[in-house]
Design a protein around this ligand. Sequence first.
Ligand code: PHE
Length: 499
Amino acid sequence: MSKERGQWGTKLGFILAAVGSAVGLGNIWRYPYVAYENGGGAFLIPYFFALFTAGIPLMVLEYSIGHKFRGSTPMALARANKKWEWLGWWPSINSIIILMYYSMILGWALNYFFLAFSRGWGDDPNGFFFGQFLGLTDSPWNLGEMHWYILVAMAFIWFMNWYVCYKGISAGIEKFNKIVLPTLLVIMVIIVIRGLTLPGAVQGLETLLHPNWEKVLDYKVWIAAYGQIFFSLSIALGVMMTYASYLPKKTDIVNSAFMTALANSGFEFLAALGVFSILGYMANVQNVPVSEVVKGSIGLAFVVFPQGMNMMPGIFKVLLGVLFFGGLVFAGLTSSVSMVEAFSSPIIDKFGISRKKIVTTIAIVGFVISSVFATGAGLYFLDIIDNFINSFGLVGVGLMEAIIIGWFFGTHKVREHVNPISHYPLGRWWDVTVKYITPAVLIYMLTNNIIGNIVKPYGDYPISAVVILGWCVVAVTITAAVIIASKRWPEKTLTDYED
Ligand code: PHE
């Protein structure tokens, strides 16, 4: 089976696919408001700290292990040591669970793309979004109505996931990213240029960049920075190891990791510039401080942005909205495709099921399960599951990866693999980071997350919802990972590869 593994056509194709996975909803709607809420300009300090102490080092780690052992996340880790295979299944399962709600947000974005042509959200985008559009119920256990327009949009998203992954690595994922990613960049640049030339843009940027130094001392800000880096870079999610396994033998790993990470951060800043200059304009029109127009995560894209469109001059009333929501769909699709790949590739590797069969099965079953999110309780499901997978799944996997590779596998072995093929060799700084700094910070975060969630259960939800959709989902992902890992591999699969 290993002989049939797909390969990227070019290194650029791989970088584009990896950047495509990284750049997603996390960059466009999540980053701007997380940065704002966590100290504005001062957030850059924990952000860069997290990027250099966890983001890039773990990216190098994942690329190296995937490349060295030439397998999807569980196969690569099992080849390193059979005992670690479960740690490959865990993030792969997390990715497919994230996709259940990620496809819902993409379904919203697709609807808003069409609404943008006529600004169908009307004069009250807030009431429209939560009321008419989502029909949000009063509790996660009250599903309310199924919204066919969200369901149809989600069906389209799943169709695209299916279509791209069905075609395979270079003819599917690589080609798709080669078209979509440059388009997305053009869209973002247009939005940013228009944004920056609006009256009030400067106040918007000042709000984003103005440092609130007190916040730098708050540990929650640091947790937010690490969370943002993990989610945004798609690390500890089973994607990057798997993607790196499709690389040709001689590929500059260190350079690829830096390029992916920096491109992702570049996109993040670009999105923040665009969003905040538009917020500045809105504040300017209404003559209020920018802080009054900024809203939380989901609100920013689906409530505040439409409000902004209503106030735009001339043709930009329509154009900016169409570009923004179109861009959101594009950015999200390249990420969602990578989530399907993170889950299907291990199954192809281990169970020898054909790509076409497994991708089709995942698309159908995935769509059916994620249809629950098209009900009036979808937003609640998203909120709880997202919080728990991010706080425990991502941090837990990142921590285990650093410990296993840093302390048991040996960082020198990774350097020995990577340095002969990389232009800039990996220095000792990497060993120190993976062995000490990353684990120390992540242990601290995980402990705080666990205590925090026990002392004060997440959100204002019924406790049963937090237990079932939160704690139980995390428990199920780990248990499933351990069970699948206990199954036998076809003979010789784990030993037959050239590193
Ligand atoms: N990195 C993506 C984003 O920023 C999200 C993602 C999660 C991608 C899991 C792949 C796997 O939106």
